[in-house]
Design a protein around this ligand. Structure first.
Ligand SMILES: *[C@@H]1O[C@H](CO)[C@@H](O)[C@H](O)[C@H]1NC(C)=O
Ligand SMILES: *[C@@H]1O[C@H](CO)[C@@H](O)[C@H](O)[C@H]1NC(C)=O
Ligand SMILES: *[C@@H]1O[C@H](CO)[C@@H](O)[C@H](O)[C@H]1NC(C)=O
Length: 425
């Protein structure tokens, strides 16, 4: 990737920083320059069913540098699978940094934007949803409920999702996603060089059985007092309390003028609830001085737990792949990096996304403005050009309602399809 550095101070800075990270080992770095097609293998997965989507080599409809291209999903309702190989390595005793940029130009309502690291031998022509992977990382959006960064680690042939919620970006601009895994079994997730989540592999994934469990043999002692409140033995019933009647005669009641004692029987004054009456007496409750708390079984070492000091190690990393289902296409990937140096990754992000983001944002705003003007010009009355023909008549009668209906239907449909795709993970 050609980067022009004109400012002399900046030039010195770049050289200095490059010196500082001279020890960085880069296992894979792809900027999708000329020749990228010789490094990436498109899978035949789903091709028989004509459901394999085509990639567009482009910088997108808006960008910070038209010459900086990436690969973008270009067909709706398609599966995408593409991968690249690098010399096999193990991250034992090393930090593993996995980073890439992704831009959802399509206002993504349902689809993934994640990448996978694969190990061992993979038939790249057959790479697909069922191909085992070691790490899956990146944003995933579907409907209103799923807007998160996936971080799935495969351990002992099982995929484990991160237990923490890490929200992803949802706009139509480029963002850089970084996953860092360290030999002390800690990790960090960054978006645009800002740490969004960090912690321990032991705590934030269920890779190993729990270290401690409740002692299954333990029993609550018979004399354990777990009654938190008791009646106050000091509290006494006030004198005369029981003499207060529940109901009293209604002082306002009058015998009806036409009341006939002989025919209607003797008139009795109706009663009403007594405002003085407070129900049967109960002593007030006080905290039990003998309360021992809720009983809990003591924790013991879990016999099923066996620590694995190499919990973080993926010994045969060899491929990076993109494997996605997209309802709406337009996701653009670029600057894929696998290194052992978080500082190198940070500077790469700054030199690519960081340098282009303002220009990209301005280009996007300009694009949006033009689109809106175009829509107004095309059809000032009905700006929704993609309205279904069938709906058109109904739409004239009740434009607002039918529009809302067609949108919900499309959303529901895509969500169901995405769920199918997720099952294949
Ligand atoms: C590729 O992307 C460019 C820029 O957005 C667009 O003009 C072009 O139509 C796209 N090509 C395909 C085949 O989708
Ligand atoms: C690996 O998985 C198998 C089958 O699920 C299980 O029996 C075994 O205990 C697991 N080993 C470890 C170390 O988690
Ligand atoms: C659509 O909604 C707008 C404002 O919400 C209202 O002014 C208009 O009358 C509505 N049109 C129809 C056809 O219901």
């Amino acid at each position: 990737m050609a980067r022009r550095v004109t400012h002399p101070n900046l030039c010195t800075l770049v050289i200095l920083s490059l010196l500082a990270i001279a020890s960085a080992k880069v296992f894979f770095e792809e900027h999708f320059d000329d020749g990228w097609e010789s490094r990436w293998v498109k899978s035949d997965w789903k091709a028989d069913e004509k459901l394999a989507g085509e990639w567009n080599y482009t910088s997108g409809k808006w960008n910070g540098d038209a010459n900086d291209k990436g690969i973008q999903t270009s067909e709706d309702y398609r599966f995408y699978a593409i991968s690249a190989e690098y010399p096999e390595f193990s991250n034992k005793d090393k930090t593993l940094v996995f980073q890439f940029s992704v831009k959802h130009e399509q206002k993504l309502d349902c689809g993934g934007g994640y990448l996978k690291l694969l190990s061992g031998d993979v038939d790249q022509k057959k790479f697909g949803g069922d191909t085992p992977y070691s790490i899956m990382f990146g944003p995933d959006i579907c409907g209103y409920t799923t807007k998160k960064v996936h971080a799935i680690l495969t351990y002992n042939d099982t995929n484990h999702l991160i237990k923490k919620d890490v929200p992803c970006e949802t706009d139509q601009l480029t963002h850089v996603y970084t996953f860092i895994l360290r030999p002390d079994a800690t990790y960090s997730i960054l978006i645009d060089n800002v740490e969004k989540q960090t912690g321990s592999l032991y705590k934030d994934w269920d890779l190993l059985p729990a270290k401690k469990i409740k002692d299954p043999e333990a029993k609550k002692p018979e004399d354990w007092d777990d009654t938190e409140f008791i009646p106050d033995p000091e509290d006494k019933k006030p004198e005369g309390y029981d003499d207060i009647p529940k109901e009293i005669p209604d002082a306002d009641a009058k015998k009806p003028e036409d009341w006939d004692d002989e025919e209607d029987g003797e008139w009795t004054i109706p009663t009403i609830p007594n405002p003085e009456y407070n129900g049967p007496w109960e002593p007030k409750q006080i905290k039990n001085p003998k309360y021992q708390g809720k009983w809990k079984a003591p924790l013991i070492d879990n016999p099923a737990f066996k620590d694995d000091p190499e919990l973080y190690v993926f010994p045969k990393l060899k491929y990076v792949g993109i494997e996605l289902w997209q309802v709406k296409s337009g996701t653009l990937f670029d600057n894929v990096l696998i290194t052992d140096d978080a500082e190198y990754a940070k500077q790469l992000a700054e030199n690519t996304w960081g340098k282009q983001k303002d220009a990209e944002k301005a280009a996007f705003e300009e694009f949006e403005k033009k689109e809106q003007e175009q829509e107004k010009k095309d059809d000032p009355a009905d700006s929704d050009a993609e309205e279904d023909e069938e709906d058109a008549d109904e739409a004239k009668e009740d434009a607002n309602d039918s529009d809302a209906d067609s949108k919900t239907e499309a959303g529901g449909d895509s969500e169901a399809k995405e769920e199918d795709a997720h099952d294949e993970l």
